[in-house]
Design a protein around this ligand. Structure first.
Ligand SMILES: [Zn+2]
Length: 149
């Protein structure tokens, strides 16, 4: 858990799980606010991944390379430790589908935006979204200029 791995069923309100507590405080705040409002509709936000240590990220990347067969294909799903927005604490992967469906509709009100078309669970904070709505999504992480380092 200290490396950012997440046991099953951890909610965004957990205060003893580094994957949650080491998120950027502004992102965590927004996610908890949204989760509180969603809860009133009977929807619970589960954290499938949040902050990750560089070592944990490297392990995920190695796993993805063996799963997808090449570094290039793996890059569509998993970033390197140097570029991952999870390692910097700026991204959270949420579930279940009920929660991400709710977020797709209401997330912008909290500044929470889906960034990649192929990752409906991956959310980052975009404070301007509260006024302007979320920016257009990248089809997948390989199109994200932040990950091209
Ligand atoms: Zn993610």
């Amino acid at each position: 858990m200290a490396d950012g791995s997440v046991p099953d069923g951890v909610t965004v309100f957990a205060n003893d799980v580094p994957a949650v507590t080491k998120l950027n405080p502004a992102l965590l705040d927004a996610v908890r606010k949204a989760a509180k409002d969603a809860e009133e509709k009977g929807i619970q936000f589960v954290v499938n991944s949040g902050w990750r240590s560089p070592e944990h990220q490297e392990r995920l990347l190695r796993d993805a390379i063996s799963k997808y067969g090449s570094k290039k294909e793996a890059a569509r799903w998993v970033a390197t430790a140097e570029t991952s927005l999870h390692v910097s604490g700026d991204a959270v992967d949420l579930g279940p589908a009920k929660a991400t469906t709710w977020l797709a509709k209401h997330g912008a009100e909290y500044g929470l935006c889906q960034i990649y078309g192929n990752e409906p669970w991956h959310y980052e904070l975009r404070p301007k979204a509260i006024r302007n709505g979320c920016p257009p999504q990248y089809p997948d992480p390989t199109k994200d200029p932040r990950l091209q380092r």
